[in-house]
Design a protein around this ligand. Structure first.
Ligand SMILES: *Cc1c(COP(=O)(O)O)cnc(C)c1O
Length: 608
């Protein structure tokens, strides 16, 4: 069942052959998809479910607050959402609406993100600012502080501290809280582990921390030092590096506190909480639960503070992936199954066929479970010979087509006949003869981490889940003209889909857990831009499509690469004007037709 029990986190379930959303009225993804398509929207759709974001936020708060209670911890739990993980308005606005009562805030890592944080965070909820800054970005932080925001500027280096002093001396704006990002010697694990370690891109060394405290003291700003921050990298696979980092950061906190930073009151443990993307048990990623994670954080910080006789700090997290990854699902129509070219209906045998074709016909007729491997070998042999005969001009293209269809039928039969006792040859056959599914989407646009990092995203059909799958393993192709837009068959993590006649039936696949990082990392390769977007609220008796944004139309797409769409329209109109049409009506109809196309999005509109 496509590993839904591994990656699904109880957000989805299968019933009556379709994928349903495990919430309130439990509608099927297929029903929602069809309703959107009934509005004449074609191409891939990103479905957003904000109840899943709420569920994740609630889970994090619940677990940390439980751990705080169980450990008699004295500090509070606080959290912010790191904007770089997903800045989209249709993610952040509902999130902030939900988060109001929780004091959940935002983290910014760039000027544009800071602007978002300043406008979207309710006054009182925390804002943290990480990443490299300049004078102006720091001044923006002062302005936010002046507005009444609870904002902490985390310094990544001593230079930034000097600029904070300069802005503080030059303006009368309220000085924000200051945080120090520490450079840990402990390192995380996994693909994104570069954020930690002695040679990490970010953070202050022990010597620099001492210097920072001195500078703050000299400038009478030590009272603004509020937070010690670290982030060991995203998608942390194991818990042990976190424990090391926690011990290190907690000891730094206690030491700095002892240097006289009386208002220091928070440890920010960054993000890193992982999401399970695996579809097969053998490729599971995460070796810990949220329970364990929260227990370890609270217990370890508490223990170190107790031993150093320091008051328990508030604990901040900046988990992003864990909060939003699961809320978004990319639904993509299948446009074509390539083996359909080899359907038996297409066979057009002649009165008199070349002898090898006649033999293929015999093999195809007489194949059974005892002879199938031998017959299949013969068929492949014949096919090779027939290709040679074609190259030499001895058979025509109809013969060649017949040969390909017959050989394909024999391979298909062999897979079915030998499936009960899969032997070496069966495996080899699967490796060689896959079903290729052409998907109406761009992997570069919608799952860039698959292209860049070979990150797996769970994929499965939305329907036909009571039907038998084909024995030919699937490989998936997107519609870009780039051979990297392929999810090739991998025998360690095979995918099997259905044999659907796309000409008469619809077939939808969905990629799950695409809500973190993918949307702003996306590439416009081939000018396939962001897919259609729908925000869905599930109610007790159905669901509502609250947000429905169609993928940008062709004119908007070309504007995004620097063209003036009015100018382009004029050019096209002039070219039509100058061309030799028979009637005036024909000319104006053609222009109308062209304009209609230019107002559609860049994905394909074929059949379904
Ligand atoms: C990216 C980032 C995060 C979010 O990490 P996740 O693994 O997505 O939770 C948190 N804090 C900082 C400083 C970051 O750079």
């Amino acid at each position: 069942m496509y590993g839904i029990d591994i990656w699904g986190d109880d957000n989805f379930f299968i019933e009556d052959g379709v994928v349903k959303i495990n919430y309130k009225s439990c509608p099927s993804l297929l029903k929602i998809t069809k309703e959107i398509r009934d509005k004449n929207i074609r191409g891939p759709v990103t479905l957003r479910f904000s109840h899943i974001i709420e569920k994740q936020i609630e889970k994090v708060y619940k677990n940390f607050n439980r751990a705080i209670k169980e450990n008699s911890y004295k500090g509070k739990f606080k959290a912010v959402f790191p904007l770089k993980v997903n800045q989209y308005a249709n993610v952040i606005k509902p999130m902030m609406k939900y988060a109001k009562g929780l004091n959940y805030g935002l983290e910014a890592g760039s000027k544009a993100e800071l602007l978002l944080a300043m406008s979207q965070t309710p006054i009182g909820s925390p804002i943290t600012v990480n990443g490299f800054k300049d004078h102006e970005m720091i001044a923006m932080g002062f302005i936010a502080s002046q507005m009444g925001h609870n904002i902490t500027l985390t310094i990544e280096g001593l230079g930034e501290l000097v600029w904070i002093m300069e802005v503080a001396h030059k303006s009368h704006l309220k000085v924000p809280k200051i945080g120090i990002r520490v450079r840990l010697h402990s390192v995380g694990g996994g693909t994104w582990a570069k954020s930690g370690g002695m040679d990490a891109k970010f953070g202050l060394s022990a010597t620099e921390i001492l210097e920072a405290v001195e500078i703050l003291e000299e400038n009478k700003l030590l009272t603004n030092l509020n937070m010690i921050h670290f982030h060991i990298g995203s998608q942390m696979q194991e818990i042990s590096p976190l424990k090391k980092a926690l011990r290190e950061a907690a000891n730094i906190y206690a030491e700095v506190k002892k240097l006289g930073a009386n208002r220091l009151s928070a440890i920010n443990i960054g993000g890193g909480l992982a999401v399970e993307y695996a579809q097969h048990n053998s490729s599971r990623i995460r070796n810990y639960s949220l329970e364990e994670f929260s227990n370890d954080v609270v217990f370890l910080i508490g223990e170190i503070m107790n031993s150093k006789n320091v008051q328990h700090p508030d604990i901040y997290t900046e988990s992003g992936r864990f909060i939003v990854a699961q809320h978004a699902v990319l639904v993509t129509p299948v446009l074509e199954l390539f083996s359909q070219d080899y359907k038996k209906e297409h066979l057009k045998l002649k009165e008199k066929n070349p002898p090898l074709i006649e033999e293929l016909c015999e093999l195809e007729k007489l194949i059974n479970s005892t002879n199938c491997i031998e017959y299949m070998h013969d068929a492949l042999d014949h096919l090779e010979s027939l290709f040679t005969l074609f190259d030499l001009g001895y058979i025509d293209i109809q013969d060649r087509s017949n040969a390909e269809i017959l050989a394909h039928q024999i391979i298909k039969s062999t897979l079915i006949l030998s499936a009960n006792e899969p032997n070496l040859e069966f495996k080899r056959l699967q490796n060689r003869h896959q079903e290729r599914y052409l998907l109406n989407c761009s992997f570069f646009q919608s799952i860039p981490d698959y292209w860049g990092l070979k990150q797996n995203f769970p994929v499965m059909p939305l329907h036909y889940l009571n039907s038998k799958k084909t024995l030919r393993p699937a490989s998936l192709w997107d519609i870009t003209c780039d051979s990297d837009g392929e999810m090739a068959f991998n025998s360690n993590t095979p995918l099997y889909l259905h044999d659907i006649d796309i000409e008469s039936e619809e077939y939808f696949l969905a990629f799950f857990n695409i809500g973190a990082y993918q949307e702003t990392l996306s590439m416009q390769h081939n000018l396939f831009v962001k897919p259609n977007e729908a925000g869905i609220t599930i109610t007790n008796d159905g669901y509502k499509i609250d947000i429905l944004n169609e993928s940008p139309n062709l004119l908007h797409v070309i504007e995004s690469v620097g063209y003036d769409s009015d100018e382009i329209l004029k050019q096209l109109e002039t070219k039509l004007e100058d061309s030799a049409f028979i009637t005036k009506k024909e000319k104006s109809d053609t222009l109308r037709q062209l304009k209609e196309y230019l107002n559609q999005n860049s994905y394909l509109r074929t059949t379904n």
